[in-house]
Design a protein around this ligand. Structure first.
Ligand code: G3H
Ligand code: 13P
Ligand code: ZN
Length: 309
C-alpha cells in the first residue's frame, strides 16, 4: 500500500464517530513506536511533520522512514505537513511526496487567509494532495511562533462556511480552547464545545481538526519532575473531552507533546538510574516502547480508531 491521503479515513471516522490520531514525528524511534502501535491495533494513521522537524531530520530521511513504516505495517498511512506557513513550503512537501498539507493562515485576516489557503488548495488538488486550513488561533508554542494567550482567539462560526467554500479545503482546524505544549489550562480545563457544535451544524459532514490535543499524561510529567525536570502546573486536555470531540465532527486529533514527554521522561529515568550507560540503544529502546504503549492507549481508549484500518 502506498502512502495515502486522509480522505477515506475522515469519511469513515466522521460516520463512525471516532477520530484518527495525527502524531508528530522527527526520528526513527518515534516513527517506529507509533507505527508498531497502530499495526498491533490495526488503526489508520496520520504521521505529521512540522517545518522544524523537516529541517531537523531532512525531507528524504523522513520520506524513507515513513515508506519503511508503510512496508512494515501494511497500514494506510497519511503523511501530512503540520502548520505549513508559506505556499513555497507546502509546494515543496507536495512535490516531495507528502499526501496532505496544512496551510496555517490563521494569523492573517480572513481575506488574506482565504487567498493563501486557496493558492495552496489549487496546487495541491491538481496533484491529488489534500489540504487542512485553520480558522481561529491557538495559544502556545509551535516552532519559532509563540502565541500568547491574549493573542489567541476562538474560531468564529460565522466565518467557516465562507472559508471552506471559497478555499476548497478538505478539512478545517478550529480553536475551541486547546493550546500547543504542556501547559494548556490555568485551573479547570474547559473547551468550547458550543463552538464545535455550531461549526458542525454549519458544515454538516465536514471533517474538523483539533490541534493542541495532548493529555499531558501525569505519569510522564512526574517522571520528568522526579529526574531533574521542572514541569509543575503542566496540564493537558482530559481524555473524556477528546472522546467527546471524536464523537462529534472532529476526525483528526493532533498529538505531539505527549510523545515528547514520554520519550524525554523515559530517557531521563534510564540515565538517572544508570548514569554510566552510553549506548543510545539502551535508552532509546525503552523510549520507543513508551511511545508505543502511549499510542496504543490513545488509539483504543481515546480515538476509538482501533480495528478501522
Ligand atoms: O504544533 C506544533 C507541533 O507540536 C510541532 O512542534 O514546530 O516544535 O516541531 P515543532
Ligand atoms: P500538542 O502540543 O497538544 O501535542 O499539540 C500538537 C499539535 O497540535 C501539532 O500540530
Ligand atoms: Zn498544531
Amino acid at each position: 500500500m502506498p502512502i495515502v491521503t486522509s480522505t477515506e479515513m475522515f469519511k469513515k471516522a466522521y460516520e463512525g464517530g471516532y477520530a484518527i490520531g495525527a502524531f508528530n514525528v522527527n526520528n526513527m524511534e518515534i516513527i517506529q513506536g507509533i507505527t508498531e502501535a497502530a499495526k498491533e491495533e490495526n488503526a489508520p494513521l496520520i504521521l505529521q511533520v512540522s517545518a522544524g522537524a523537516r529541517k531537523y531530520a531532512n525531507h528524504t530521511y523522513l520520506m524513507k522512514l515513513i515508506e519503511a513504516a508503510v512496508i512494515e505495517t501494511g497500514l494506510p498511512i497519511c503523511l501530512h505537513l503540520d502548520h505549513g506557513d508559506t505556499f513555497e513550503l507546502c509546494k515543496s512537501c507536495i512535490d516531495g511526496g507528502f499526501t496532505s498539507v496544512m496551510i496555517d493562515g490563521s494569523h492573517f485576516s480572513l481575506t488574506e487567509n482565504i487567498k493563501l489557503t486557496k493558492q495552496v488548495v489549487d496546487y495541491a488538488h491538481d496533484k491529488g494532495v489534500v489540504v487542512e486550513g485553520e480558522l481561529g488561533r491557538l495559544a502556545g508554542v509551535e516552532d519559532e511562533v509563540n502565541v500568547s494567550a491574549k493573542d489567541s482567539s476562538y474560531t468564529d462560526p460565522d466565518e467557516v462556511e465562507e472559508f471552506v467554500t471559497k478555499t476548497g479545503v478538505d478539512s478545517l482546524a478550529i480553536a475551541i480552547g486547546t493550546s500547543h505544549g504542556a501547559f494548556k489550562f490555568k485551573g479547570q480545563a474547559s473547551l468550547r464545545f458550543d463552538i464545535l457544535e455550531e461549526v458542525q451544524r454549519r458544515l454538516p459532514g465536514f471533517p474538523i481538526v483539533l490541534h493542541g490535543a495532548s493529555s499531558v499524561i501525569p505519569e510522564f510529567v512526574d517522571m520528568i519532575n522526579t529526574y531533574g525536570g521542572k514541569m509543575s502546573g503542566a496540564q493537558g486536555v482530559p481524555e473524556d473531552m477528546l472522546r467527546k470531540a471524536a464523537s462529534l465532527a472532529v476526525c483528526k486529533i493532533n498529538i505531539d507533546s505527549d510523545l515528547r514527554l514520554a520519550m524525554t521522561g523515559t530517557v531521563r529515568k534510564y540515565l538517572a538510574e544508570d548514569p554510566a550507560e552510553f549506548d543510545p540503544r539502551k535508552y532509546l529502546g525503552p523510549a520507543r516502547e513508551a511511545i508505543k504503549q502511549l499510542v496504543k492507549n490513545k488509539i483504543v481508549n481515546v480515538l476509538g480508531c482501533n480495528g478501522r484500518a
